[in-house]
Design a protein around this ligand. Structure first.
Ligand SMILES: [Fe+2]
Length: 305
């Protein structure tokens, strides 16, 4: 397998950034100096989240693709347990049904994924700490009115912004993001290895089973010829993931990462077509449209008066 380093570009290179986004983006890139104006750049530490939101309850999913089973705890206990085996962390396991699992199991030291507690939904003001989005990037999502932002999240079933607080060693397995959106990973604490592959109509990475860290070429011979795009994200880095690119990450140390998905005028058609196709084939179409309607009700009412 060929390996190549993901290039780095300064956000100050206005023409370069403009060309990059007008060209797709066609390949991954790390933008540096892009978040110098965000208060989160200095404020978002593990200590900050433990202090400000430590009492809040959440679940570190047992694995990225799981339905919801995982280790339940407060955020302070989750962060406070980073230097100890997971079994010594206050908390308990819950199953996919959300019900606590009784006795300790041999899974007590199984790795868990990031702590999920919907911080942006509970505390919308947190988005202020990651604003404004760099003007050189033609991001349409961050200029949406609040109700349309919420409606599109409901339509897709995914949040535009997510926050990943993770133990050192946490792996996000190989996957592609939703709806042909552009992905963006911004690192605040710890370093994170990233491995990416270009989308390929002829290669199905079924069930995200291919592991770049332990490649099984006997099972996935088609991966032999693919190029692995590699990087180590440092605090302050913004990784741009072009639509449909596969990506795998491993946190080297305890880590805080913002994930943001967006579209640009160049990628809007792909994003919106994907949304409409998903809706057309959804068995929950009426329910979804009803919820979207509720988000937009205030706007619609204002428009008729
Ligand atoms: Fe992703």
């Amino acid at each position: 397998m060929t390996k190549t380093a993901i290039p780095r570009m300064s956000i100050a290179d206005g023409d370069g950034v403009k060309r990059y986004f007008e060209g797709g983006p066609a390949s991954p890139c790390i933008l540096i100096d892009a978040i110098a104006d965000w208060s989160a750049r200095s404020d978002w530490t593990l200590e900050y989240f433990a202090r400000e939101f430590g009492a809040e309850f959440g679940v570190a999913k047992r694995d990225f693709f799981g339905a919801g089973a995982g280790r339940a705890s407060t955020l302070a206990d989750f962060i406070g347990g980073f230097s100890r085996p997971l079994r010594e962390t206050a908390g308990f396991w819950i199953g996919d049904d959300g019900v606590p699992e009784g006795a300790a199991t041999t899974d007590d030291d199984a790795p868990v994924w990031s702590f999920l507690w919907q911080p942006f939904k509970r505390h919308p003001h947190l988005l202020d700490a990651v604003s404004p989005f760099p003007g050189a990037i033609p991001n349409m999502v961050t200029s949406l009115p609040d109700d349309l932002y919420a409606a599109l999240q409901t339509l897709s079933g995914f949040e535009f912004h997510s926050l990943y607080i993770s133990r050192g060693g946490t792996v996000t397995p190989l996957h592609g993001d939703h709806s042909h959106s552009i992905g963006c990973l911004v690192q605040f604490a710890g370093t994170k290895h990233v491995t990416m592959y270009a989308p390929d109509d002829h290669v199905e990475i079924n069930d995200q089973a291919f592991d770049p860290e332990r490649p099984d070429y006997a099972r996935y011979p088609e991966m032999h010829g693919k190029t692995a795009h590699l990087a180590t994200l440092q605090p302050g880095d913004m990784l741009i993931i072009p639509p449909d690119w596969w990506h795998h990450t491993r946190a080297i140390e305890p880590s805080i990462t913002l994930s943001h998905n967006f579209f640009t005028p160049h990628t809007f058609a792909g994003y919106f077509t994907s949304q409409l196709l998903q809706l057309a084939h959804s068995p929950h179409r009426d329910r979804t449209l009803s919820r979207v309607g509720r988000h937009l009700a205030a706007t619609a009412h204002a428009g008729t008066t």
